[in-house]
Design a protein around this ligand. Sequence first.
Ligand code: ZN
Length: 251
Amino acid sequence: MRILLLSDIHANLEALEACLAAAPSFDLVANLGDIVGYGASPNEVIDRSRSLGKIFVRGNHDKAATGLLDLEDFNTLAATAAIWTRDQLTPAHHEWLVSLPQGPRSLEGFPQAQLVHGSPEDEDAYIVSIGDALVPLLALATPLTFFGHTHLQGGFFANGNSADGFRPEYRTIGQAESVSLQLKPDTRYLINPGSIGQPRDGDWRAAFALFDTDAQVVHFHRAPYNLKAAQDRIFAANLPPRLATRLAAGR
Ligand code: ZN
């Protein structure tokens, strides 16, 4: 089975379309949450995400846009975008976002893997460092966890006495590219496909991944997209301009 892993789309329709155009063939889609927030196309991105199906976990921005999460936890930029998003959502899309399940969720037919937005222990926690990753890596019964939330493509592994983080290394800064990771036996992984709509690893290209369960390979991808169109939508929506400019820097 080939599973397309999408995370942190953040209402960036141009980035999502570019990823889908660049993606190799897949059997099913797993969406790790933060479908909305920051970007200017929440309803369009929800429509597209729903049509792709099939497995979802909710993100903190999905909760914030529907009132399930207190905006006190958000910085000004995030809170402004959450309130704007709340006002834009159609009633049907609001209802759909509210009903998104909390992680972790298992993958049907593939019990070795699970999906979360933040961390397996806390859906809103950030796994940024190996220190953050150690407890979930060592405590989990499930050897493979896909997570999002940090907007940083890559992840962490633990094997015997060693544990470390990793990032895919790309050759260019503007082309569509892919880097493969062969999973090793007897190794636990936390893997982040990266953010489609607002990468923060210094690479502006939209990030996603594809997991080939038969080959035990995770293919990390970066796809260039129509950055200017996404930015123009943010300006036109009167969202904070910083939400548009940061996309160019991948921060
Ligand atoms: Zn996010």
